[in-house]
Design a binder for this molecule. Structure first.
Ligand SMILES: Cc1cc2nc3c(=O)[nH]c(=O)nc-3n(C[C@H](O)[C@H](O)[C@H](O)COP(=O)(O)O)c2cc1C
Length: 167
């Protein structure tokens, strides 16, 4: 399998800490990490891609990602496979849970990109989430402030799933 490009935005460092655990679940593949505050030009060099964002405001994508959405839109995704990760707080922002994840997905959907690794929304407590499509989250959803014990288990299951589609 080819190496994996992991692109994340992280205002407070939690999403960065989450994605940095990913290498553990891809022991045979190098994960390269990119903070999107420095841009997303490296995406073109990867076919296996993971994009991660927390949510701010009322379910909005993180600021550094917001500044890069037009760059994301300009990328040719024809040979690329993408897994998405959304970090959020289900109890404090339960009406807009991981809304930023949906903003990433919307761009990729418009581009007909291959997004893999949708997950069940059971096991979380929230009122509503823009990141649900046809009953599933459009990626891996992590609430790092509450369900710490679940994080590694969820990451492991998700990593196994998206590996099947990575090149
Ligand atoms: C001002 C503020 C607004 C937030 N809004 C949302 C939100 O709308 N939806 C959500 O799921 N989480 C929301 N969160 C929770 C963050 O997304 C969560 O803490 C995340 O782990 C932060 O990631 P970071 O440290 O990488 O920036 C908010 C947090 C703050 C401080």
């Amino acid at each position: 399998m080819e190496k994996i490009g992991v692109f994340y935005g992280s205002t407070g460092g939690r999403t960065e800490a989450v994605v940095k655990k990913l290498q553990h679940f891809f022991p045979n593949n190098e994960c390269e990490f990119f903070d999107v505050a420095k841009g997303i030009s490296e995406i073109k060099n990867f076919n296996n891609i993971i994009l991660a964002t927390p949510s701010y405001g009322a379910g909005d994508i993180q600021d550094d990602w917001a500044g890069n959405l037009s760059n994301l839109e300009a990328i040719d995704f024809s040979d690329k496979t993408i897994g998405l990760i959304g970090c959020g707080d289900q109890y404090s922002f339960g009406a807009f849970y991981v809304g930023g994840l949906r903003e990433l997905y919307n761009v990729l959907e418009r581009k007909n990109a291959s997004v893999v690794g949708f997950t069940e929304s059971s096991g979380y407590e929230f009122d509503d989430s823009p990141a649900i499509k046809n009953g599933k989250f459009v990626g891996l959803v992590i609430d790092d402030s509450f369900d710490c014990n679940e994080i590694l288990k969820r990451m492991a299951t998700w990593a196994e799933e998206i590996k099947k589609s990575f090149k």
